[in-house]
Design a protein around this ligand. Structure first.
Ligand SMILES: NC(=O)c1ccc[n+]([C@@H]2O[C@H](COP(=O)([O-])OP(=O)(O)OC[C@H]3O[C@@H](n4cnc5c(N)ncnc54)[C@H](O)[C@@H]3O)[C@@H](O)[C@H]2O)c1
Length: 343
């Protein structure tokens, strides 16, 4: 196989980033799209050599497609993923790749049995500032980590929830932890996890939705450090910040901005003030919206080179397990041990 032929299902908001990412790669082509709203699928793609489907079952039987990118409402990912994997297609699925651990495990298993790759879109992992933070942790620049903080203070107003029927529903959206805060929670878990235990409160304060709009969680990590996750989509009047802070005996790092893309604090005992400033300037000058491009690039390379994608299904399942532990704590008003949430 010299180039991966992609089909995209779900031609809404996020799919455009995937089209653009595919167009930038020499070893990837977009050959088909599918949306239950045929007008949307047609208007979305103007090139004539792309097949357009409104029926998913027909779409996944198109033998020109090697890999499917799933960009439909989150509650559809598991069943659509399973059908595509059984049809022999490699899979790249938008976050959250599933809303339930049983579905996640099943999908990972089916992909293994079918010999197809399963990648999950967690684009924040690819941001230059996050990659620098990952290296700092791996190289032990923080010394003994004392505590961490993941904060999401965004605004998703009633127009956002009215823009598609699935938004704000338990069955298809999942809640702000599974939809919005997942970006930050995934980073926390990947960089300093695993998390041992959580205790959380969630509530619906302002929006007319089935799921929470504000949530606070306290955490104990496996290495005994503590953590806090604050997530809200009620901020007046607009998005304020998405921030991740890590504190240790030898270092302090705060990544922030509206979408966690800038280094705000970068202080380590192993770096002179001047070197730290130079690093911050260099990293903050890089393009920040590279996440989807890098995820698609990595996925294509994983398929062509027969290796796992950087964010595999198994890897993404760890974040789902943490989030579902937080929901379990909210629902039952008890601390929850993450590894006891059934995988
Ligand atoms: N990684 C990110 O940064 C990021 C950002 C936004 C959204 N997302 C994820 O992407 C997914 C889609 O979000 P969105 O904002 O693009 O939603 P959207 O509502 O804009 O688009 C979803 C599309 O799916 C289509 N669809 C629904 N049911 C279908 C079916 N049965 N068959 C075919 N098409 C169907 C809809 O008609 C719509 O065009 C969600 O899982 C969301 O969490 C990820």
């Amino acid at each position: 196989m010299s180039a991966i032929r992609f089909g995209i299902v779900g031609c809404g908001h996020i799919s455009k980033k995937h089209v653009s990412a595919i167009q930038q790669l020499e070893d990837a082509d977009l050959v088909a799209v599918c949306d239950s709203d045929l007008d949307r699928a047609n208007s979305f793609v103007e090139q004539n050599n792309i097949a357009v489907y409104s029926d998913y079952d027909e779409f996944i039987h198109d033998n020109k497609i090697d890999a499917v990118i799933i960009c439909t409402p989150s509650g559809l990912h598991a069943s659509m993923g399973e059908k595509a994997a059984l049809g022999g297609k490699h899979l790249l699925i938008e976050k959250p790749f599933v809303l339930d651990l049983k579905d996640g495990n099943k999908l990972v298993e089916v992909c293994k049995q079918q010999g197809v790759k399963l990648g999950v879109v967690h684009p924040n992992r690819m941001k230059p500032a996050v990659q620098a933070l990952h290296r700092a942790i791996k190289d032990n620049w923080f010394g003994k980590i004392t505590h961490v903080n993941a904060t999401l203070r965004w605004n998703r107003n009633s127009n956002y929830f009215k823009s598609a029927a699935w938004r704000g529903t338990r069955e298809y959206d999942g809640g702000i932890l599974l939809n919005q805060a997942i970006h930050n929670i995934d980073l926390l878990n990947w960089l300093v996890g695993p998390v041992e235990e959580v205790f959380a409160y969630g509530t619906t304060r302002l929006r007319d939705i089935e799921v929470e709009d504000v949530c606070v969680s306290s955490l104990r990590l496996q290495n005994e450090a503590l953590g806090i996750i604050e997530s809200a989509i009620t901020l007046y009047p607009e998005n304020l910040e998405e921030t991740l802070s890590i504190f240790g005996s030898e270092g302090t790092a705060v990544l922030g901005g509206k979408t966690l893309s800038r280094i705000q604090e970068w202080k380590f005992s192993c770096l002179s003030e001047n070197d730290a400033l130079k690093q911050v300037e260099e990293i903050n000058s890089r393009k920040i919206n590279v996440g989807h491009n890098e995820i698609v690039r990595d996925f294509v390379s994983a398929v062509l080179n027969e290796r796992d994608p950087l964010v595999s299904g198994e890897e993404a399942l760890k974040t789902i397990q943490l989030i579902l532990s937080i929901y379990n704590s909210i629902d039952n008003h008890v601390p929850v041990k993450v590894k006891e949430m059934c995988m």
